[in-house]
Write a protein that binds this ligand. Structure first.
Ligand SMILES: [Zn+2]
Ligand SMILES: [Zn+2]
Length: 146
């Protein structure tokens, strides 16, 4: 179980389940919406997602893979708490920075890096993490209930 909240505190959500996959994404969309070089996120079953406070806004864009990617964000402070791909209605990618508690970051060491072709030369690959040139994901099983 973990909780995630936005910068202003108007939105708070919780997830019952642990992550299925820990990812770092270097795609251009992640760059643009986060304002940083990349995102670090956790793939988590959507079953067990609870809204504790607020109502997140959504923004949907068709991405390179042809899937629609929807961002769930606070309309007051702009923090994106998670994203969902049309590829699966069973899992969401939770932005690690919104998760409360330092241990989320500590335990969130990515196992899989996506779009590494966009990774800047001054950033190293994460040791032991699988490397994917594009949007490929390893096969993971998403529980329907948690
Ligand atoms: Zn906010
Ligand atoms: Zn991305």
């Amino acid at each position: 179980m973990f909780e995630s909240s936005c910068l202003c505190g108007a939105n708070r959500i919780s997830f019952e389940a642990d992550s299925i996959l820990k990812m770092r994404c270097h795609c251009i969309d992640c760059r643009k919406f986060s304002g940083s070089t990349n995102t670090n996120n956790l793939l988590v079953p959507v079953a067990g997602l609870k809204v504790l406070k607020g109502q997140l806004k959504t923004y949907t864009k068709t991405v390179e893979s042809g899937n629609d990617m929807t961002s769930y964000f606070c309309d007051q402070c702009g923090s994106t708490l998670y994203r969902q791909s049309s590829m699966s209605d069973k899992a969401v990618a939770v932005m690690i920075g919104g998760i409360d508690g330092l241990e989320a970051i500590e335990n969130g060491r990515p196992e899989h890096e996506l779009f590494v072709r966009n990774r800047p030369s001054w950033m190293k690959a994460i040791e032991g993490s699988s490397q994917e040139e594009g949007h490929g994901l390893p096969k993971v099983k998403v529980p329907e209930a948690v």
